[in-house]
Design a protein around this ligand. Structure first.
Ligand code: SAM
Length: 230
């Protein structure tokens, strides 16, 4: 059966290549073309799964220019999947603009459930997961102070993406806004061989990570401000 005109958002592994769903593999085989953030990275991934498919570059630097053409092809009857380098597209990755534009154009959009880094980091942290706020990457300069000032009063668990070489700097800066006793967790290299989840006060985390050269991919989870000092 031919699938209806539509865009599929397909999550791919964040490290362990076993973390791909059967449906993700089937959709990638069935669609007419796949949009990929980096065609070389995704080409290697698809090769691993034995999928031969035309990959079309779709990244932050060209998405404004290419969306019209992509929408035209989908409206003409082509089916399309969007993948990013790792995890779920549109989560700190390109995707939002395409999804938004396809919905506006009346195209059916379906995001498959699948890997994303912040969910295992949140669950591994052991910090309250009933209410949380995903911050992704904080702005480096402009707007960072304003964002952190707002977050100083945040009662929900906060989730941040950070690069390894900025980890200690970010944790140190967090102590200025959240206090050094604030409980947090750092997840490094989730689903990979050297995965580690380190939990403790911000002060303890800084002491742990400043002794080493931090490598790999990082998610920081910070407990929210306790209500009524509880
Ligand atoms: N789309 C991805 C997702 O669904 O999580 C996020 C892409 S963003 C460009 C890359 C960031 O995600 C990394 O800098 C890191 O903060 C986080 N990340 C991705 N893979 C990870 C992993 N295996 N372990 C820890 N963090 C990871």
């Amino acid at each position: 059966m031919r699938i209806a005109t539509q865009l599929y958002i397909v999550p791919t592994p964040i490290g362990n290549l076993e973390d791909i769903t059967l449906r993700a593999l089937r959709i990638m085989k069935e669609v007419d073309f796949i949009l990929a953030e980096d065609t070389r990275t995704s080409g290697n991934l698809l090769k691993h799964y034995g999928i031969e498919k035309k990959l079309v570059p779709h990244h932050l630097f060209n998405e404004h220019k290419t969306i019209e053409n992509i929408i035209g092809r989908i409206l003409d009857g082509a089916t399309c999947a969007l993948i990013s380098d790792a995890g779920t597209p549109a989560i700190s990755d390109p995707g939002y603009l395409l999804v938004h534009s396809c919905i506006e154009a009346g195209i059916r959009v379906e995001c498959l459930p699948g890997p994303t880094a912040f969910v295992p980091a949140l669950v591994n942290s052991g910090i309250a997961s009933d209410h949380f706020i995903f911050e992704g990457f904080l702005p480096h300069k402009k707007g960072r102070h304003t964002r952190l000032t707002t977050l100083a009063g945040e009662e929900r668990t906060m989730i941040f993406y950070e690069s390894p070489h900025r980890l200690v700097k970010a944790l140190t800066q967090f102590t200025e806004y959240f206090g050094e006793e604030r409980y947090a967790s750092v997840s490094r290299e989730l689903s990979k061989i050297f995965e580690e989840n380190i939990r403790g006060s911000l002060k303890e985390l800084i002491a742990y990570f400043e002794k080493k050269t931090v490598k790999g991919e990082i998610v920081i989870v910070v407990a929210g401000k306790e209500i009524n000092g509880k």
